[in-house]
Design a protein around this ligand. Structure first.
Ligand code: ATP
Ligand code: CA
Ligand code: CA
Length: 165
């Protein structure tokens, strides 16, 4: 099982998420989608004010036959297909697709960190993950399940009414 985190704060955000999920269904089987949340952009103090555009975020789980690295290449190709251009770090983007976790796998390589390095710090990643894989356990830690970690997290994440399945 792989769990992906999707985010978008540029263009028609809802349409982009729908298209991304459709395309992910061609890459993964047994796809399950979380609710959609809205969150403020995560920005350093020095970022231009016009980068401050809210994100829609969701998590998607599925079964994959790809290695994690091959999956990363596939989702990066999908980001480009959905219109993401190379802009600076933190800048608005049509779509961001991160690998949040792959079962109990731990990878620490220059191009790929699994679980995602910021998973436990970001409500917009951990909360939707916990919605669809509540019993997932962060590998190599204290055995707490995703739903426990998400409940403990201070968060004002806003759930939307959008349904993407
Ligand atoms: P953040 O990592 O803070 O969420 P970002 O998603 O904005 O940042 P990107 O510009 O989309 O960063 O990706 C930068 C690089 O992160 C990618 O080229 C990829 O090699 C690397 N990367 C490392 N771990 C992961 C992961 N788990 N999922 C996706 N990309 C990853
Ligand atoms: Ca990201
Ligand atoms: Ca990314």
């Amino acid at each position: 099982m792989v769990i992906l985190g999707l985010g978008t704060n540029l263009g028609d955000r809802e349409q982009t998420l729908r298209q991304a999920v459709l395309e992910l269904k061609a890459l993964l089987s047994q796809v399950i989608c979380s609710p959609v949340y809205e969150s403020p952009a995560l920005l350093p103090e020095t970022a231009p004010k016009d980068w401050d555009m809210p994100f829609l975020n969701m998590a998607v789980r599925g079964e994959s036959t790809f290695t994690p690295k091959a999956l990363l290449a596939e989702i990066q190709a999908l980001e480009r297909k959905l219109g993401r251009e190379k802009r600076g770090h933190w800048s608005p983007r049509e779509i961001d697709i991160d690998i949040l976790a792959c079962d109990g796998v731990i990878i620490n390589e220059p191009t790929l960190t699994v679980p995602h390095q910021a998973l436990l710090k970001r409500d917009f990643a951990l909360i939707p993950l916990a919605d669809i894989v509540p019993e997932w356990v962060y590998p190599g830690r204290d055995g707490k399940m995703a739903h426990e970690l998400a409940t403990q997290m201070a968060s004002q994440l806003k759930r939307t009414d959008l349904v993407i399945a």
